[in-house]
Design a protein around this ligand. Structure first.
Ligand code: ASP
Length: 336
């Protein structure tokens, strides 16, 4: 609560589902924005104790990322560190808290992008890598490729000396219970539509560093009951993740198939770059316009090269937070 005006603005928008803060200073303030998934997050969904756990973890991720930026560190490092913090928590659908596939396995996806160079790294369907976002970064920085899939991605992680875990590491009781419940509900619905109280729990971060560079990253276990070989939007550059210093950085969460069709992250930055829209207007157009028209649900965090940010979703809520010199806030619920 360092700047009461900015904080007031942030708090007001954080409860409306469309948060926007545009700083008026000449040099953009170092900023980090994170999400921990969107979905059926109406007030009352969690006990006050559980809510406090989510809020504490979101604050921890923000603090870890912001400390790097405040110290003059790179946006990419801040994004990676914030995401690793959430991947290591069972609370979110990424890393340790990943959901189960139809076959009862955990298959993880992630991607990262450097707004200064447009270099990108992505991995899909890994089963033994403790921190998939680290592997995405290895692909970006230490391979000539952009995306690795399945066994090859797991092998590359070993080659690069990343921490490898037994697939059992990703088992959590609450996700297994959700898996069993989802199977039951699917029988009742007699089709494979998403249950109406679906909660996406993907994590993501976007950051702006003191050098004016943007970065974005996203990490997920995907969607409960995803079929074998299914790839969502999270590892797709332009859908789940995008960053370009010329426009903005975006991380998405939601029903991946829609985000892929609409190239959501790239579309937002294209609207900012080509049409001169604010990050807020571009995000609203894509989430409340194009995504809703197609029938999809989810949200995005967006950070502009000038430090303006937006957190927009068409679901009941989205785990989210922002930290800069002026604003520090986290929230879960909000209006559509
Ligand atoms: N977008 C992710 C996917 O479709 C799911 C999520 O955001 O939770 O795999």
């Amino acid at each position: 609560m360092k700047n009461s005006l900015a904080t007031f603005a942030a708090m007001a928008v954080l409860t409306t589902g469309c948060a926007v803060e545009t700083p008026d200073t000449a040099s953009p303030p170092v900023t980090i924005v994170i999400h921990g998934g969107a979905g059926a997050l109406a007030p009352g969904r969690y006990t006050p104790e559980k809510e406090a756990e989510f809020i504490a973890k979101l604050n921890e991720a923000l603090d870890v990322g912001y400390a790097i930026l405040d110290d003059g560190g790179a946006a990419l490092d801040a994004v990676e560190a914030a995401i690793v913090t959430m991947e290591n928590s069972p609370l979110f659908n990424s890393g340790k808290g990943s959901v189960f596939t139809r076959e009862g396995k955990n298959e993880l996806d992630a991607s990262i992008m450097d707004g200064a160079t447009l270099n990108s790294g992505a991995i899909t369907g890994v089963t033994t890598v403790k921190n998939p976002i680290r592997l995405a970064r290895e692909v970006m920085e230490n391979s000539v490729h952009v995306m690795f899939a399945g066994d090859g991605a797991d092998q590359f992680a070993e080659q690069q000396g990343l921490e490898i875990v037994d697939p059992e590491y990703f088992y959590t009781e609450h996700r297994w219970k959700s898996y069993e419940e989802a199977l039951e509900r699917e029988k009742e619905q007699k089709d494979s539509a998403l249950p109406i109280d679906y909660k996406y729990g993907t994590v993501g971060a976007v950051a702006l560093d003191a050098g004016g560079n943007l970065a974005a990253g996203t990490s997920t276990g995907g969607m409960t009951l995803k079929n074998f070989g299914r790839v969502g939007d999270t590892p797709i550059i332009g859908a789940g993740t995008f960053a370009d210093n010329k426009s903005c950085a975006v991380s998405s969460t939601g029903h991946g198939e829609y985000f892929i069709r609409l190239t959501i992250a790239r579309d937002i930055c294209a609207q900012v770059e080509y049409a001169g829209k604010s990050v807020e207007d571009a995000a609203n157009d894509v989430i409340h316009g194009r995504l809703e028209t197609l029938g999809g649900g989810g949200g995005v965090i967006v950070l502009g090269a000038d430090g303006a940010f937006a957190m927009v979703f068409n679901t009941d809520g989205m785990f989210r937070g922002v930290k800069s010199a002026d604003v520090e806030e986290v929230a879960i619920y909000g209006e559509r």
